[in-house]
Design a protein around this ligand. Structure first.
Ligand SMILES: O=C(O)CCC(=O)C(=O)O
Ligand SMILES: [Fe+2]
Length: 329
């Protein structure tokens, strides 16, 4: 059973240290209850009392999976996972995808996608005015919705975190949907939206597919076990039903949803602007302040997220592994 522990406000002792069993004593069925603390009224919880470097005992796995579905993003402070351990942790929750449909993984780990913000800044700077776009404060999105089967979940490893800034925000797209009037919910449920990764990734895809090894055919972009040859826009329902919880959520995002199918452009734009502002309203969100070594694990079917671009020139590197998802319905 999942135990939710709340601590008295004035308790200055470290509750985690008290609860944590010595390494090696956690085993199936007899381990200590996980310590799960919600981080906001809408979304997010911090989980302590588990070592993610080890395979999860079945009971612990069940508790983490339930917390992931319930809180939609869960954080595990101080795990310091290697790429190998990161991948093994994520693989317990489902089949892993390649790092990204367009961008290759890090050396030796084709499933591990890295964002080194310092390197990205240099690249953008070399393209001139894109520097300004890079520093836009927030860029809300759901990961990889421009494919037929977007990831079910994403696991982020905070590798290099600046001393100040560089938090990440998440929003609960179930709560955002439920806050709408029944009439508007009903209207939205009749719609589909187009998701398009072309603006962000078509140059990169062209470059990657030009560099396929002529002899082995290796090195090309791949997703869902097939070569990823073109960024053909896809359609997803505007309101999706979660395959595990049955909850209905908004499934449009500011990063990749280009328009609502069947509406006039002005109607589509007005609707998406409204949905974007509504979804990212503070009452549906959580903001996480990272320390290097933390792990964050979100349900990509029911959330959007965005790094906060407030860390200037400071180094920040994250690595991410994604879990294969279903076709949204
Ligand atoms: O850098 C971050 O905090 C989040 C980056 C991101 O969008 C992702 O890992 O999917
Ligand atoms: Fe993302």
């Amino acid at each position: 059973m999942t135990t939710i522990v709340t601590y008295p406000e004035n308790d200055t002792t470290d509750p985690v240290a008290i609860r944590r069993e010595p390494a090696g004593t956690i085993s199936a069925g007899s381990g200590p209850a996980l310590d799960i603390r919600p981080l906001s009224g809408a979304i997010g919880a911090e989980i302590r009392g588990v070592d993610l470097k080890r395979p999860l005992p079945p009971e612990t796995y069940g508790e983490i999976r339930a917390a992931w579905l319930r809180y939609k993003v869960v954080f595990f402070p101080g795990q310091h996972l290697s790429p190998e351990e990161h991948r093994s942790f994520a693989a317990q929750f489902g089949e892993l995808t390649p790092a990204h449909p367009v961008i290759p993984g890090i050396d030796g780990y084709p499933e591990v996608f890295e964002i080194d913000y310092g390197r990205a800044r240099e690249l953008y700077a070399s393209y001139g005015d894109l520097t300004r776009r890079r520093s836009s404060a927030v860029s809300w999105h759901t990961d990889v919705t421009f494919v037929q089967r977007p990831p079910a979940g994403s696991v982020l490893n905070a590798v290099v975190i600046p001393p100040s800034g560089g938090d990440t925000l998440w929003t609960n797209q179930v709560a955002a949907f439920e806050a709408l009037s029944p009439a508007f919910q009903e209207f939205l449920s009749t719609l589909t939206a187009v998701h398009d990764g072309g603006a962000q990734f078509s140059e990169l895809l062209r470059h990657r597919n030009e560099n396929v090894d002529a002899d082995t055919g290796e090195g090309g972009a791949e997703w869902d076990g097939e070569a990823f040859a073109a960024l053909t826009p896809v359609e997803h329902p505007v309101v999706r039903t979660h395959p595990e919880t049955g909850e209905r959520s908004l499934f449009v995002n500011a990063g990749f949803t280009s328009h609502i199918a069947g509406l006039e452009p002005a109607e589509s734009q007005a609707l998406l602007t409204f949905l974007h502002q509504h979804s990212t309203s503070p009452e549906f969100t959580v903001r996480y302040h990272w320390t290097a070594g933390d792990i964050g694990f979100w349900d990509n079917r029911a959330t959007q997220h965005s790094v906060v671009g407030d860390f200037g020139d400071q180094a920040r590197v994250i690595q991410r592994v994604t879990i294969r998802g279903d076709v949204p319905v």
